[in-house]
Write a protein that binds this ligand. Sequence first.
Ligand code: S6P
Ligand code: ZN
Length: 187
Amino acid sequence: MELSEPLGLVVEADGRLKPATSTVVRHLSDMGGMYVDAGAEAAMIDAGDPLVYEVFQWDVPPVIGELFVCTTVLQPGKVGSEYFMTKGHFHEQRDRAEVYYGLSGHGQVLMFEGDRVEAVPIGDGMVAYVPPFWAHRTANTGIEPLVFLAVYPGDAGHDYGSIERTGFPEILLDTDRVPALIRRSDR
Ligand code: S6P
Ligand code: ZN
């Protein structure tokens, strides 16, 4: 397989990566029951199905040695009191790590491994490191879009099914305007 050529990329003011070779657009209805308040979720989908996030990616050959580069633009908002978030995934190759670099907005990267959950802040100039074996998703706790750049190994792959089946053990809720991680079993 041919490897990538040298290339320069630009992150535009709205967070779009240029050039991008693939784009993901997720509305609330694309997230199928991931928010804990099913009633609020259904009402928001009925009322117009808001855009939750977009990913702009520069694709590379999916092999060891290459690095995918992408930006995520995650809108502000809540479903009930749960902040807008990404679906979340493990890497299919579980031992592949990832780096997030925050460009604008305010949020937290939620990670879990086994029964441990950690939240790392992300925003302008902040770096979050996702270690091997940790599932990860990002929540926007601010009032403007959260934009971050991610770099991850070409052979990492994505496993969404595990999160779709079990969710994260903890969720990030707005408690009187303060983000708090709440164990799902405690609700
Ligand atoms: C890819 C990386 C991010 C996410 C993006 C959307 O490994 O972690 O680019 O893909 O933030 O999240 P998700 O969970 O829908 O892929
Ligand atoms: Zn990832």
